[in-house]
Design a protein around this ligand. Structure first.
Ligand SMILES: Cc1ncc(COP(=O)(O)O)c(CNOCC(=O)O)c1O
Length: 422
């Protein structure tokens, strides 16, 4: 058999950081601060909602539901986003439920990006954007967030990583179809300011470019920062697809329920991809997520709201991890949002000698050595860069701090012991 079997659209995208590092963590890690999932339970009210859905009298929850979203879920999502965006939404045309935010992203790129279209991706970026653009036949065009360390010697924060306005503007051309915005940003935790979003919005309107706005960490912002939805800015609603995740919103990453919110002129095409791929996601999970949102709608802004309690809890974990990393000299970049924290590994580099001209970035080799020899899993920052820029920041690894106190303490103990041994 000599005929090639692989479709050309898969060329160069066969490697995946999560497949590789999840396996390493499963094999070697004692403490896993790698892949972004909580090791604490999903909230009681969500688990109770699933139990009710499973054992309740409505046996039709075990059967197909509406392809573009279980009616109770699209209705409550529309109500929620009407409140957040200050505009009327039709649950049947402005909302679609997907198999996690991953599938929402897939639908966006497959539905909106054609051969030869360019898509601007802000680096560092959640790794799937590049392969998904390529699978759609598009060309990714990268623009970096550049670190501007504070002059007063304070710890850097994700806010210190900024776009250069002229550099960003230079990436827009008549071939630009879309820009991917991820705020709060994985892996840095950057929460884009109104000024930064205004710059992006202005360029999108000027060049008639779409905005794929990945907002899965929308509730995870700290220090009183506000998450601003770019779709609420002048001229952006009509050209923006907002992506969300029940996995990140309700600490239930294994449920794989996500959604897109946006104008029908865009979502009609995402529905075409959706109905010709997964068709719909688990009815029973959608029912439980709908009940979760109904609770949150009632408690919106109140202290007992999960969307108020979770960021409060995570900020304490973040601050604890910052202290612990700073204590062993692993300078952290303070994240304004998400549940990730990037740290500088310089003080520990002597244990993992550099290999000149290695085609694997240093931080990747360091992270693999660390999980194998210290039992601590983390993700190399180079995993969030394009091939051409992977070697720009190889002194950093990313930790996930959505973990039980005992897990974070165990990680700190490993680092302290390692530091003492040096
Ligand atoms: C920005 C972003 N968008 C989308 C997604 C996917 O969301 P979902 O799980 O709902 O498909 C994720 C999940 N990331 O988890 C892996 C990691 O970074 O450790 C994400 O971070």
């Amino acid at each position: 058999m000599s005929r090639p079997v692989q479709a050309r659209r898969l060329e160069g995208i066969d490697k995946n950081i999560w497949v590789e590092f999840v396996k390493l963590a499963a094999t070697y890690s004692k403490v896993n601060l790698g892949q972004g999932f909580p090791d604490f339970p999903a909230p009681d009210f969500l688990r109770e909602a699933l139990t009710r859905a499973l054992s309740g009298g409505n046996h039709m929850l075990h059967q197909y539901t509406r392809a573009f979203g279980h009616p109770p879920l699209v209705k409550v999502l529309a109500q929620f986003f009407e409140k957040l965006l200050g505009r009327d939404l039709d649950p049947m045309t402005n909302v679609m439920v997907t198999v996690g935010a991953y599938q929402a992203l897939f639908c966006c790129f497959q539905a909106l990006v054609d051969e030869g279209d360019e898509v601007i991706i802000i680096e560092p970026f959640f790794d799937c954007y590049e392969p998904m653009v390529k699978m759609a036949g598009g060309t990714p065009v990268f623009v970096p967030l550049r670190p501007n360390p504070p002059k007063d010697g304070k710890l850097m924060s994700s806010a210190d990583w900024q776009l250069d306005p002229a550099e960003l503007a230079s990436k827009f051309s008549e071939r630009t179809k879309a820009i991917v915005l991820n705020s709060p940003n994985n892996p840095l935790g950057k929460v884009f300011s109104r000024g930064e979003l205004g710059l992006i919005a202005e360029l999108c309107v000027k060049h008639d470019v779409l905005c794929i706005s990945d907002e899965v960490y929308e509730w995870l912002v700290y220090d009183g920062k506000q998450h601003i939805r770019i779709a609420s800015l002048q001229g952006m609603w009509e050209r923006t697809v907002i992506i969300g995740s029940a996995g990140k919103t309700f600490s239930a990453t294994g449920w794989k329920v996500g959604w897109v919110v946006g104008p029908d002129r865009l979502l009609q095409h995402l529905r075409t991809v959706h109905q010709n791929s997964v068709y719909h996601c688990a009815t029973i999970a959608q029912e439980a997520v709908a009940q979760g949102f109904q609770r949150e709608l009632m408690l919106y802004g109140k202290p007992e709201s999960y969307f108020v309690q979770l960021p409060k809890e995570l900020q304490q974990k973040r601050d604890w991890l910052i202290q612990s990393l700073d204590g062993v000299g692993m300078k952290p970049i303070i994240p304004e949002g998400t549940y990730f924290l990037v740290a500088d590994i310089s003080p520990f580099k002597s244990d993992v000698p550099d290999v000149p001209n290695s085609d694997e970035p240093y931080d990747s080799r360091f992270a693999k050595w660390m999980v194998k020899n210290k039992g601590l899993a983390a993700i190399p920052l180079s995993a969030f860069y394009s091939e051409a820029h992977k070697n720009n920041y190889t002194n950093f690894i990313r930790f996930c701090f959505a973990k039980e106190e005992a897990t974070l303490k165990a990680a700190s103990d490993i680092l302290q012991k390692w530091k003492q041994e040096k």
